[in-house]
Design a protein around this ligand. Sequence first.
Ligand code: HEM
Length: 359
Amino acid sequence: MGCLDGPVGARALYPIGRGRDHRGPRATVPPSTPRGPLIPRASDPTIRAVPDHRARFLRRYAVATVVYNLAVIVWGAFVRATGSGAGCGDHWPMCNGEVLPVPRSLAMFIEFTHRVTSGISLVAVAALLVLAFRWAPKGHPVRRGAVFSGALIVSEALLGAGLVLFRLVAGNTSMTRAWFGAAHLVNTFALVAALTLTAWWAHGHRRLDARARPGLAALYATALVATLAVAVTGSIAALGDTLFPARSFAEGYAQDFSAGAHLLLRLRIWHPVVAVAASVALLAGAVAGYLVTRRPATRWLGVALVGVVVVQLGLGLANVFLLAPVALQLGHLLVADLLWVTLVLLAASALERAPDAAA
Ligand code: HEM
């Protein structure tokens, strides 16, 4: 299963990327040219040729790992929204002391399913790491992305285990639970970013070069941090909605401003405020990316980001007025993840190293 070190231009062999445009070690069209190829290929001398079927498999596998993990994340939110986090008692990784329990309650079924699916995630990311190291050459960004993904899936599992072992689940209303849950969500977003970049690089894109466009890099850093702040405040709002469900919009509104209400409810109001502020940074990132780079891929990612932000703001409003039904909570979280994936791709596209830049 070792890789082949053939010449990059050979017909049967491809660098990690699609098999078009393998005409030499340097791309002829710079990325800033509006109608140039989206991905100048075979331009990176560090990309080692691998047989076509392996390169294709790695690309598809990396994308499938992102999609699978998004599904696991949404199921994780279902565990929280249905109060099923204690379904396996305070045992981890076993479920009520058993390796393969027969579910005795719905909560146990929901929590155990989350454990099994996130266990598969761990194996899937470990396999991605192995493939990246076997098939991509030393120094290739795919390897770095896979290493970060591997580290983050381990911390993800540990944070999830912490929630169970410290009993920060089900009806626990402590702020420790809120902050622990927020840390879990930030780790989740970092994991999704690492997996997304791994898939991006597996498609033959070059590494990032923030120094070539410092202004744009600062803007994307701001947008990424702002989106994380939205996610953290969102996780607090979600916990407040789950633990203290309001019976009407008026009751929820009164809870938000009542001095005697739980801190989770009083903090809830910050989520839409931070979300609207972050949306400004996201829209600026979408517009600036295209204006600075003039790359078609960057433009389409910017357009997609604007679309996702608009949908997400609408879902957020619907959540408030419909008192956050579980299906809408899951939809809002899924779109938050899609927004994050789009932002990471936009930043990666706008900050991609020029083909003729020094390695
Ligand atoms: C950029 C836009 C937004 C992003 C990225 C975002 C993200 C999130 C995230 C990650 C959660 C936590 C979900 C979970 O842990 O299950 C959340 C929850 C929530 N968000 Fe947003 N949000 C955005 C805009 C808004 C807006 C504008 C509103 C209200 C007007 C809103 C209302 C809510 C509510 C009520 C919850 C708690 C219920 C739930 O879990 O869905 N969001 N949001």
